[in-house]
Design a protein around this ligand. Structure first.
Ligand SMILES: C[S@@+](CC[C@H](N)C(=O)[O-])C[C@H]1O[C@@H](n2cnc3c(N)ncnc32)[C@H](O)[C@@H]1O
Length: 280
């Protein structure tokens, strides 16, 4: 069924189906047809480390691993982590407006969740925007109880988040004044300053496995460019959990290529890709 030829690993239709079933079952991710070569290319390195040449044997190995660690490594290998600072900026404009309004009304505790944080550009952009909103009002981070939760299924990207080190190229979308305020040069790269890093907590969370272990009360949730990997059933479950965890009147940003059309959810659409939970 699977053989290794010219350095590559090949996969037949039945084995690919078994692979897709495993990934859907554990991560809610729907692998599209035609992705066989992409998927095998991504898992090939891990299989090589294990001395395996058969995808079917590898699937059996993942299923047999009661610790779940092999599944984590598999998901690390197949996840697509494309992201950038200030990606789809309308969401950050909304964030600044919402948090500005809350501070205006005297609220001094703000919680924001980046639900698929990838390598950290999204949660650190959130943290920068929050810090800038405070700065604009002459407040500092001590005056307000601010916290950003960043979660992802991939331990590999979460390690990158914790390292908080970004190349010159990756930092291009960050305006020069913000770079000067929130990044420290480290050799060829730039590290997020301690003050900003202190605002962000990183944890592994599988969105396909509700209920999530957080208490909730988030004023704003970013759940962007991850639902594209999910089918309607998983999207519905994710949105129900996001709805539960948002504070009354809380705001949700989804990706501009995503849609909540056709799924049950507890939000009103406010602008393209921006939704709001109703008051209690
Ligand atoms: C394309 S990135 C999006 C990053 C960021 N939200 C943005 O919009 O730039 C998708 C992220 O979703 C994560 N992901 C995929 N399936 C997931 C799941 N079941 N639970 C949590 N995160 C998941 C991937 O590891 C990846 O880091």
């Amino acid at each position: 069924m699977v053989e290794s030829g010219s350095g590559g690993i090949h996969i037949d239709a039945r084995t690919f189906d078994a692979f897709c079933a495993l990934v859907y079952e554990r991560a809610g991710i729907t692998l599209r047809e035609g992705k066989e070569s992409l998927v095998t290319a991504r898992v090939a390195r891990r299989m090589h480390q294990l001395g395996q040449t058969s995808v079917a044997d590898y699937i059996a190995h993942v299923r047999a691993d009661a610790s779940g660690e092999e599944m984590v490594l598999l998901l690390d290998a197949i996840a697509t982590n494309t992201t950038s600072f200030f990606r789809e900026p309308a969401a950050f404009t909304m964030l600044a407006e919402v948090v500005g309004g809350l501070l205006e009304r005297g609220q001094r505790r703000i919680r924001v969740w980046s639900a698929a944080s990838s390598t950290g550009e999204e949660p650190f952009t959130i943290a920068m925007v929050l810090a800038e909103v405070l700065r604009g009002r002459g407040l500092d981070e001590q005056a307000v109880d601010l916290a950003v939760l960043a979660t992802d299924i991939s331990t590999k990207v979460l390690d990158r988040c914790r390292n908080a080190l970004y190349s010159e190229t990756v930092l291009r979308p960050v305006p020069a004044d913000l770079r000067a305020r929130y990044f420290v040069r480290q050799g060829e790269a730039w590290r997020v300053c301690d003050r900003l890093r202190a605002l962000v907590t990183f944890n592994r969370l599988n969105l396909a496995r509700p209920p999530y272990p957080m208490k909730g009360g988030f004023e704003v949730v970013f759940c962007r460019n991850v639902m594209i990997y999910f089918d309607q059933a998983v999207r519905t479950r994710v949105m129900a959990e996001v709805g539960r965890l948002l504070a009354p009147g809380g705001w949700l940003a989804i990706g501009s290529a995503e849609s909540l059309t056709g799924i049950r959810h507890p939000f009103d659409q406010v602008r393209p890709s921006i939704y709001r939970k109703g008051p209690p």
